[in-house]
Design a protein around this ligand. Structure first.
Ligand SMILES: *Cc1c(COP(=O)(O)O)cnc(C)c1O
Length: 350
């Protein structure tokens, strides 16, 4: 396959001269910094935040590099995965000309971000068992198709997408294949990060918002070739990851053991909750999940949703979503929370 990154880029990005910050222009050690119009007196806080943060987050990337087994030069950090998704559109998709392939039911931000950027989306539904329709995708794409978004494990269905099918896309499609692995920590499948050296058109998204328990800090990761990461860095706002986030993430990354414990507990609770739900006769189907949530097809989904809201329990009503008719998406909670949920569902069907 001939992959040519430059030819995929939008013309304005090819020709873009990026912003050069004070920290780009002087990187060495000094004792007096009078180049960035910062406040030299400090911050009205216990910690000083008066200096601009490292634009390329070197320390955080070094640490993530060790944990993920991916060189730092292949990592981009964004203000949530959502920033990486937006940058993909802005770098590669010319509004009103290019298009991307989406495979519903899937994560909603791919479409919202396309709409914000005025980029056409072509939808090829997943099959009945929530796998890729490779023939359908081949038919839908044309010379203006720049990106195919695949979410695995998929949100809202919870299942993993067959990795062989993803490889088929990677080998045959001349644009970018984005594999969103927001839920990879809960999956039996291994991450596509190990395949980066093989595929120049692969972009992997991960996040610290789910298994790492840091949704409020907003840290999304993209893994790709050095050349693609350079494109991301050229486009991103200079200081997109704030200092507080960088400091707290560095601290959090010391605690891999706690996170791994939570992952184990979540997976065990997922199986427990699934089994308990299956015992309820009004529960018609639960999609086998590789994530920290389950998609449950059950009788009177919308009415049950409203009933649970009144009891102070909020799940996600997906009953109007393509191929998810009659389904609720339920995040795995603590043992106590799951227990309460089961009790209320039993109460509803009584
Ligand atoms: C939750 C989620 C994300 C994470 O988004 P952040 O902006 O990093 O919080 C990304 N992709 C999918 C499919 C998700 O469900």
């Amino acid at each position: 396959m001939s992959f040519n990154l430059t030819s995929l880029l939008r013309d304005n990005i090819k020709n873009l001269v990026p912003y050069s910050s004070a920290r780009d222009e002087f990187k060495g050690d000094a004792s007096v910094f009078l180049d960035a119009n910062e406040n030299s007196f400090g911050s009205p806080l216990p910690h000083d935040y008066n200096r601009y943060p490292d634009p390329l987050q070197h320390r955080v990337k070094e640490k993530l590099s060790k944990i993920k087994g991916v060189p730092a030069e292949n990592i981009f950090l964004g203000n949530g995965s959502d920033e990486a998704i937006d940058i993909l559109y802005r770098a590669f998709c010319t509004p009103k000309l290019d298009n991307v392939i989406l495979v519903p039911p899937t994560y909603g931000m791919y479409e919202v971000s396309a709409n914000i950027n005025d980029v056409e989306t072509r939808k090829v539904n997943l099959t009945k068992d929530f796998q890729l329709d490779l023939d359908g995708i081949a038919e839908a794409l044309d010379v203006h198709t720049k990106i195919i978004f695949v979410c695995s494990p998929n949100n809202p269905t919870g299942n993993s997408i067959n990795p062989i099918d993803i490889e088929t896309l990677l080998l045959n499609f001349k644009g970018l294949v984005v594999v969103d692995e927001a839920y990879i920590n809960y999956s039996k499948q291994k991450s596509f990060t190990h395949s980066l050296p093989e595929f120049p058109n692969l972009v992997i998204l991960q996040t610290l918002s789910k298994a790492w328990g840091l949704a409020a800090l907003r840290l999304g990761l993209a893994f790709a070739s050095k050349e693609i990461i350079q494109v991301f860095n050229k486009i991103k706002p200079p200081y997109n990851i704030n200092q507080a986030t960088q400091d707290l993430v560095l601290e959090a990354l010391e605690n891999v053991d706690v996170v791994n414990e939570w992952i184990k507990t979540t997976v065990a609770e997922r199986e427990e909750l699934s089994n308990r739900l299956k015992a309820i006769s009004q529960v018609e189907h639960i999609t086998p999940s590789d994530a920290n949530f389950i998609l449950v097809k059950l009788a009177q989904a919308q009415e049950l949703y409203g009933f649970l809201v009144n009891k102070g329990i909020i799940v996600r009503d997906r009953s109007k979503v393509t191929l998810c008719e009659g389904c609720l998406r339920i995040t795995i909670g603590t043992k106590v929370e799951n227990e309460r949920l089961i009790e209320e569902i039993q109460q509803f069907y009584k």
